[in-house]
Design a binder for this molecule. Structure first.
Ligand code: C5J
Length: 221
């Protein structure tokens, strides 16, 4: 077993096959103009910074034959899986299901809802379609992890304080050993990212560990 130099202390890696890279919601809807993030009034260009790092991690996992899990925040075209509380939350701009420049906002199968081309999943990788912020909510993620014997999850993606943090908390409560890759996650609000990193690893790693991509990559070599 090797370890990753992490905070608040080193993270022990299990034997290969039990660790997975989780890439949360790297979708056009959050990273490109005309999608959901843009409709909520955010500067989506801020999220582009992590694309090369996530790509590097993805390529390393692929090369080593380690499992990769992609998530996509989306809803059915009839919005039957979108609670009114989520649908009516935004006060202005395009809402979930509205027609936007990249198709209907946050609707499965629309161009804007897809994962950005640089990180497109390949055959054999797990893709979780999720209607909530957390990837365990109304999905089969937990049974997939159990079936594959995955116990350790390394998190990347967007946004740090919403879908990434929610999923990491859900995973922690289910007994998974979670690590957030700091330069592989981003927020529309730099101060929220910073606060999330600090709160996850506070109190002896109450939710998990954090480390940079280089430390992760070095330990996988
Ligand atoms: C949000 C996400 N922020 N992927 N989704 O609505 O973080």
């Amino acid at each position: 077993m090797t370890s990753i130099a992490a905070q608040p202390y080193d993270y022990e890696l299990p034997t290969s096959g039990k660790v997975a890279l989780v890439i949360i919601d790297m979708q056009r809807d959050f990273l490109e103009p005309g999608g959901f993030g843009d409709a909520l009034g955010n500067d989506v260009s801020l999220l582009q910074a992590i694309v090369p790092t996530v790509k590097k991690l993805l390529e390393a996992f692929r090369k080593l034959g380690l499992p990769v899990i992609h998530t996509i925040e989306c809803h059915a075209p009839d919005l039957s899986d979108c609670p009114p509380a989520k649908l009516h939350r935004a006060k202005s701009g395009l809402k979930i299901g509205d027609e936007g420049p990249m198709g209907r906002i946050l609707i499965a199968g629309e161009k804007g809802n897809g994962i950005i081309p640089e990180l497109e999943p390949i055959e054999g990788e797990i893709v979780i379609l999720k209607p909530g912020k957390g990837a365990f909510c109304r999905t089969n993620l937990e049974s997939i992890l159990q079936e594959k014997g995955i116990t350790h999850l390394l998190f990347t993606g967007v946004t740090t304080e919403v879908c990434v943090q929610t999923t990491m908390r859900e995973a922690n409560d289910r007994g998974y050993e979670c690590l957030l890759i700091e330069d592989g996650t981003e927020s529309y609000f730099p101060e929220f990212k910073q606060a999330t990193v600090a709160m996850l690893r506070a109190q002896g790693g109450i939710i998990g560990w954090t480390a940079d991509a280089e430390s992760v990559l070095r330990s996988l070599e």
